[in-house]
Design a protein around this ligand. Structure first.
Ligand code: B12
Ligand code: SF4
Ligand code: SF4
Length: 394
């Protein structure tokens, strides 16, 4: 078999397979990555969403018998909305990160990888393949970097010369000895725009992220969020794009050629108030096909409450009061107390005082006390909450 020819043919077939870029990495162990992953863990920078077994993460031979190469793929996604609805007083809107705009990329990339497997199998019947996207053990970024898909940016993202960092990544380990590609030689140079723009200083060094402070991670948690991070979430309902939107390498990069990745404006920039009362069935109907749904509706609803607080729009007080009084989930009630404190004004204070008398949950009682303290004392004598710095997403 002429492996170079097969590789050339495969790359030529990429467009017809619905893949934007294909690169080949050797299947050797990722020894440098291993050292970084160990350090990452020691420093407490993991998110908890990573595969915990570092051997599996860095040794393809533990996942696949006799691996010869890894085929990395990238699929580009849109970075701009066409005529996005405006967020306005009384009709405030939240935003999903671009990686969750279209159909869930896990499904899209898995389908593309299946097509690629079939294409290869037809030509090499003895070929064996193990495909993965995001949830697999390997580091998708480390594979992509090694396979020449793009370089590893200071914002941690793989940046492709063609599509910027607006790409999803996936890969396939195989027994086919395809000749490897060379890594991309471009780099960030002297630029530090992403590190400077990160709202929480989560990028502690170029290419090093403290996930615990990353807003993308925080929006995907289910519990209570600290006051500092709630302010910085702004109106983000899922994920965070700031370190990518400021990147000069992403300027003008927008790929809308995959129909299933084109967003529905009302879903990705939705009105916040209706989200608060969305039941499970409605959530599944609206967001079930999006990558933002994997943690269920609670984080998105909690983030909607936070966003309404950050907008400081008194028109949202009745809806937040309803959450505070009637939502069975203490995380939602406690966050609503925070949001009402942040909005301030007579009606917000009245809602907080009313709930303080009936609320039984300790965490919510604490949140009510903290919110009312903003008026000067816990019984809430003065009517206006002090002004605090706003934090907005996009
Ligand atoms: C856990 C996880 C998260 C966590 C932690 C992210 C992180 N940076 O570690 C959280 C929830 C915060 C997250 C957020 C996001 N994620 Co995420 N996430 C993952 C996941 C599952 C594992 C990542 C991981 O192991 N991180 C640990 C770090 C240490 O390892 P690594 O980044 O994989 O490896 C790099 C470093 O080790 C570095 N490195 C190695 N050697 C050296 C040497 C030097 C000197 C330096 C400087 C660096 C360096 O280079 C490696 C390759 O880039 C991957 C999927 C996967 N299976 O890999 C997706 C993945 C990384 N996420 C992705 C995306 C899209 C995002 C978000 C943009 C989503 C959003 N809009 O909110 C943000 C971006 C946040 C950011 N700045 O990184 C994409 C990235 C696509 C791309 N173009 O890079 C991935 C690959 C999913 C996919 N299949 O497409 N994510
Ligand atoms: S995703 Fe947001 S919070 Fe996380 S590193 Fe990038 S800018 Fe910072
Ligand atoms: S903003 Fe600058 S430093 Fe950050 S990833 Fe982009 S080019 Fe690199």
């Amino acid at each position: 078999m002429d492996w170079q020819q097969l590789k050339n043919d495969m790359k030529a077939a990429a467009v017809e397979l619905g893949i934007d870029k294909i690169g080949i990495a050797p299947a050797a162990p990722f020894t440098e990555l291993r050292v970084r992953l160990e350090r990452h863990r020691e420093l407490g920078y993991e998110s908890g969403f990573e595969e915990p077994d570092l051997n599996k993460r860095t040794e393809p031979s533990l996942l696949f018998e006799d691996p010869q190469s890894i085929i990395a793929i990238a699929i580009a996604y849109p970075s701009k909305l066409q005529d996005p609805p405006k967020s306005a007083p009384g009709a405030r809107r939240g935003i999903l990160s671009r990686s969750a705009w279209g159909e869930d990329y896990h499904a899209v990339l898995r389908e593309r990888l299946r097509r690629l497997e079939a294409w290869l199998q037809e030509r090499v019947p003895e070929g064996r393949f193990l495909s993965m996207v995001d949830t697999g053990a390997l580091s998708d970024r480390a594979v992509a970097q090694r396979a020449g898909i793009g370089w590893s940016g200071s914002n941690c993202a793989i940046i492709t010369p063609e599509w910027g960092s607006w790409v999803y990544l996936g890969e396939m380990i195989t027994n086919l000895p395809l000749p490897p590609d060379q890594p991309v030689t471009e780099s960030c140079g002297n630029c530090t725009a992403c590190i400077d723009a990160c709202p929480t200083d989560a990028l502690v060094a170029p290419g090093q992220l403290n996930s615990q402070r990353c807003i993308s991670y925080v929006t995907q948690t289910k519990g209570l969020v600290t006051d500092e991070l709630m302010r910085k979430i702004g109106n983000r309902l899922y994920g965070c794009d700031t370190c990518q939107t400021v990147c000069p390498e992403n300027k003008g990069k927008h790929a809308a050629h995959h129909a299933e990745l084109v967003p529905d404006n009302e879903k990705v920039k939705p009105l916040l108030v209706p989200l608060l009362t969305m039941g499970n069935r409605e959530f599944k109907e609206r967001y079930g096909a999006s990558a933002s749904a994997w943690r269920g509706r609670k984080p998105i609803q909690r983030n909607a409450v936070i966003a309404l607080g950050n907008f400081k729009d008194t028109a949202s007080v009745p809806a937040l009061e309803e959450v505070l009084r009637g939502d069975p989930r203490f995380e939602l009630r406690a966050t609503a107390a925070w949001a009402l404190g942040r909005i301030g004004g007579d009606s917000a204070k009245a809602a907080l005082v009313k709930s303080r008398d009936s609320e039984k949950d300790i965490a919510v009682q604490e949140a009510l006390g903290a919110a009312l303290a903003a008026w000067g004392d816990e019984s809430g004598q003065s009517a206006q909450a002090p002004e605090r710095g706003a934090g907005r997403g996009e």
